[in-house]
Design a protein around this ligand. Structure first.
Ligand SMILES: *[C@@H]1O[C@H](CO)[C@@H](O)[C@H](O)[C@H]1NC(C)=O
Ligand SMILES: *[C@@H]1O[C@H](CO)[C@@H](O)[C@H](O)[C@H]1NC(C)=O
Ligand SMILES: *[C@@H]1O[C@H](CO)[C@@H](O)[C@H](O)[C@H]1NC(C)=O
Ligand SMILES: *[C@@H]1O[C@H](CO)[C@@H](O)[C@H](O)[C@H]1NC(C)=O
Ligand SMILES: *[C@@H]1O[C@H](CO)[C@@H](O)[C@H](O)[C@H]1NC(C)=O
Length: 175
């Protein structure tokens, strides 16, 4: 893993760690609170927590805003069986996939709608996702945002009905 990627992971780890492990909470709801209000994304949140949260407790939280696209449990369970097994076995892969669900910045559904169609960089290696937004809704790589604007300490979570897979992993994971 390259140093910038590692640094990024550590940064995110520290952020999620702060959110999840209940050191002094800042303003807004924590991911744990989001989880209790949105049990439909409990798997995604536990992935973030399990793979990143506990890792680097010593690091300080960095002040950065994030937009996270969180797949519903049903979308995760609908992945091909081999894909799910791979993700659970290979935490590098899982982290890469999680980073592909995150953008720098705090983009509300309304912000997205104002931009219409665009391709922002994700936190995974600058890979982009395609966002298309209008008054009737928002899609990311063709998946629908089913619940927009779940705010948390660091920004916003949009709940989506599919799992975003970086292009380079698609043939391996999705067959
Ligand atoms: C995060 O993981 C820790 C350790 O496994 C666990 O105690 C905690 O309940 C988890 N929090 C969430 C929000 O899943
Ligand atoms: C784990 O996934 C990464 C991609 O994130 C890949 O480069 C690596 O080869 C995989 N490791 C194993 C043991 O499959
Ligand atoms: C991502 O893009 C930024 C800004 O364009 C650049 O500084 C950085 O090196 C890129 N990171 C990777 C991993 O390509
Ligand atoms: C809104 O965007 C969706 C795809 O994201 C598209 O299917 C739909 O036709 C668009 N609606 C309008 C009114 O442009
Ligand atoms: C994200 O944007 C919303 C809506 O503008 C705002 O209420 C919230 O405080 C912002 N969150 C952060 C962490 O900046």
């Amino acid at each position: 893993m390259s140093r910038p990627v590692l640094a990024l992971l550590l940064l995110i780890s520290s952020i999620l760690c702060t959110l999840l492990s209940c050191t002094a909470p800042s303003q807004g709801q924590t991911l744990a609170q989001v989880e209790s209000e949105h049990p439909e994304i409990i798997i995604a949140i536990s992935y973030f927590n399990e793979t990143l949260g506990g890792q680097v407790e010593a690091l300080q939280a960095a002040h950065e805003t994030l937009t996270i696209f969180a797949p519903e449990n049903t979308a995760i369970r609908a992945l091909p069986q081999g894909a799910l097994a791979n993700l659970e076995r290979n935490h590098t892969l899982l982290q890469d996939v999680l980073l592909y669900h995150m953008l720098h910045g705090n983009y509300t559904a309304r912000d997205l709608e104002e931009r219409g169609a665009f391709r922002p960089k994700t936190l995974f290696d600058n890979n982009t996702v395609l966002i298309e937004a209008n008054a009737s809704g928002v899609t990311v790589n063709g998946y629908e945002v089913v619940t927009p604007d779940v705010f948390f300490d660091l920004g916003v979570i949009h709940i989506i009905d599919g799992v975003l897979i970086p292009p380079e992993f698609r043939s391996d994971l999705l067959g």
